[in-house]
Design a protein around this ligand. Structure first.
Ligand code: ADP
Ligand code: UVW
Ligand code: MG
Length: 435
């Protein structure tokens, strides 16, 4: 493929053609990308103009399948109105996407627009096959489907997103950007479990890692914040959202991450247990009489913070801690204890750490989590400055004191922008429309 000749300039009317193709009449490059991030019960979306990476619209559909579904749509292009909200049951992901398509159309940004170059999809599990963004065809769909058992909360929603988008725009490339892709650089000694090799290989049991688009974006942004090239810095990224994971990034390459075969391993999460003794599952089956499906549901949906204290939203947990609620305080302490263990472990894995970085909903917003996670880690060169830590901003920022040996920072993630860039890099140059 030839490089996109005019991706970053404003020259709409240039006669750029890909080598070997007959020039058509004056044509305009299609330069917009719609990104869909379909979660188990939500869809986040953004429409981006790739000439300047600006956002034209963004939104969220949450509580899909419940009576209290909500769609919040925010037009961001100049001249459009303010935020709009719809409430009431949205039955499934297909209905959610149709509602999103309607909202975009109301702003004159419809999915039928010839300006759209592609639709980019976050796909959580890509297994061993996908280490790069991939244009979806039937074979790719089949492989994503095959991986449903190892991403049961995520891949089915991702599939519905792709299938619905395909029906809405069968002519457009649908691009899958995989959460697992960034972690494919993990060395075997980090990726393999210490179980019988033949069994592991027969069933492709290994550590894949997730949230890779976020870990890649945030580690690169951190290098920028430090004024260095990614190849020069070692970073521990703590992606703390509803799902949460840590990664050790050495010179721009992931060398270890806390999630494994599935997004259940590692840190304590909103509803997931993270690390436990695997024998807990045998015990639950043999002694507590639970079925495998019940255990799966327990560990994925009824554990973590919600299992410990009944709440999975860190805002609510902090409010309860401040009121002296002991269950919430213990849940918070367990969450922090696990986080600290991973900071220590990845310090050992990397040898030299230039920055420890917090990102995603909890990491970007919860100052008490950041403060507690590095408290007592002065021997590792880690500290936060109380004042810097409480500054609220959407910008990447350093929160460690000037004197600290290692930088502690907050770097907001932008999975949608990263997915849009990767999508456009793959297909943008080929999408032109007749003027
Ligand atoms: N101001 C805040 N203080 C503490 N936690 C917050 C705040 N805002 C959001 N969060 C946390 O962020 C979580 C969502 O993070 P996000 O990265 O959006 O998750 P996901 O993408 O997995 O849905 C919420 O569940 C909540 O716990
Ligand atoms: C992989 C994963 O856990 O994703 P999320 O945080 O969106 O649930
Ligand atoms: Mg997320």
């Amino acid at each position: 493929m030839s490089p996109a000749a005019s991706r970053d300039d404003d020259d709409h009317d240039s006669m750029t053609t890909t080598e070997g193709r007959q020039p058509v009449t004056a044509h305009t490059p299609a330069t917009r990308v719609l990104v869909l991030n379909s979660g188990s019960s939500s869809v986040k979306y953004q429409l981006l103009e790739m000439r300047d990476s600006s956002r034209l619209a963004a939104g969220l559909v949450e509580r899909i399948g419940e009576e209290t579904s909500r769609l919040v749509h925010t037009p961001l292009a100049e001249g459009l109105g303010g935020k709009r909200e719809r409430t009431g049951r949205i039955a499934d992901h297909a209905a959610a996407l149709e509602a999103v398509a309607e909202e975009l159309a109301r702003d004159g940004l419809g999915i039928d627009s010839p300006d759209l170059a592609a639709i980019g999809h976050r796909v959580v599990h890509g297994g061993l096959k996908f280490s790069e963004p991939t244009v979806v065809d039937d074979a790719v769909l089949k492989e994503i489907e095959r991986l449903v058992p190892v991403a049961p909360l995520h891949n089915p929603a991702n599939l519905t997103g792709i299938r619905t988008a395909r029906q809405l725009r069968p002519d457009l490339p649908q691009v899958a950007v995989f959460d697992t892709a960034f972690h494919t650089t993990m060395p075997e000694h980090a990726a393999r479990y210490a179980i019988d090799t033949a069994t592991a290989d027969a069933h492709r049991i290994r550590r894949y890692g997730f949230h890779g688009t976020s870990h890649a974006y945030v580690s690169r942004k951190t290098a920028e914040l430090l004024g260095k090239d990614p190849s020069e810095v070692n970073v521990i990224v703590l992606h703390l959202g509803n799902g949460a994971s840590a990664s050790a990034v050495e010179g721009g390459r992931c060398v270890d991450t806390s999630m494994g075969l599935t997004p259940l391993e590692g840190l304590v999460m909103g509803t997931r247990s993270g690390d436990i003794d695997p024998a807990v599952t045998f015990h639950l089956k043999r002694v507590a009489g639970m079925s495998v499906d019940e255990i799966d549901e327990l560990l994925n949906k009824k554990s973590g913070l919600v299992g410990l204290c009944g709440d999975n939203d860190m805002r609510e947990i902090r409010r309860r801690v401040d009121e002296g609620d002991e269950r919430a305080a213990l849940a918070f302490d367990i969450y922090i204890h696990r986080l600290k263990k991973y900071i220590g472990a990845y310090t050992a894995v990397l040898g030299r750490v230039d920055a420890v970085v917090f990102t995603a909903g909890v990491g970007e917003n919860a100052a008490p989590v950041r403060e507690a996670a590095v408290a007592g880690l002065e021997s590792l060169g880690l500290a936060v400055d109380a004042e810097r830590n409480t500054v609220r901003s959407d910008e990447p920022r350093i929160i460690s004191p000037e004197s600290a040996g290692t930088v502690v920072a907050v770097v907001p993630t932008d999975e949608e922008l990263e997915i849009a860039r990767q999508t456009f890099a793959l297909v943008g140059e080929d999408r032109t429309i007749d003027a």
